[in-house]
Design a protein. Sequence first.
Length: 362
Amino acid sequence: MSRVPAVAILGGGIAGLSCARALAGRGISVELFEKSRGLGGRLAQRRLDGHGFDLGAQYATARSSEFQAHLKDIGAASAQWQPAVYTRRNGALSRVDEKELRLVGVPAMQSIARALPCAAFTVRLGLRIREVVDASGLYLVDESGQQWGPYQRVVCTAPAPQAAALLRHFPSARMLAEQVAMQPCIAVAVRFVERLISPADAIFADGVALSWAAREASKPGRLSSDQQSSDQQPGSADGGQHGAQNGGQHVGQHLGQHLGQHFGWTLHAGPAWSLEHWEQADWSIISELAAALAQQLQLSSLPTIEAGHVHRWRFAQAPEPLQLGAWVSADRRLLMAGDWLNGNRVEGAFLSGLQAAAHCAD
């Protein structure tokens, strides 16, 4: 009879993966469950005509020795990103003079998570868990009603509202998760027929609609010939996934002559705008956010949109995250980890997973 894993982990984002790797490294048997078809969570990429767009987390910081060691371990799967970052405040566009190191995955943000080796533990993809129950042992119940387990411990790395639902039979965990609200974000990948002329590679926007935008070609390791110098001045010219379609094609006309070039931007809407426009048609969302980009960058016009895609993140970020690192129940059998427990950042999620693993190994 095969040995039942000691620890079940819910969620294949960077918190779940860092926890699983740390436990497996200690010789503890692990089974990881992810409802999606792939790993990475909000370190997500969408490809349009072969060009990648980071639709989730845009970059990472590396302030801790643990995360720095992880980035060293994965080598070429991460690199420093040195964009020309601008901010828009009170109608004025200005360059941000920041000293903090920004890091991105190569060739996509998800590489930071997916570079974690999974051979030492079991991964179950496309399996949605409905709840965790305690029946003389901890069991997971999937959507079909099948039970998985028993497990000695369960680590839940889902966003707070989902964690509250999954752990509804455990009052202390549920009540903590219910304290943390998470905001939505509509993310758009938009590809133009030619390069958008602006000195900015990224912008922290102050508009009602747009909160962030980034030129994908400015990130290292991206397939692109859109590398000419950005020396022009401003004004010179659930969630689920929904591919914006127009007559069976991606939004806009496919002209074909730019298939080897990456003239794409990723746009993130603000939380209030995202909530208000959640059910709006994809093409309308793409058009409005592209117009907001032009307004934020002080451009009189934009190139024609060749392709677009909309992704709706129902639980993108906690406006008031906890600073617990990770949470563990009094009997140490149930744990929670994730960015909402440790300051929101990619690095925070990674460290939260490590802390959960340390609790499991005690």
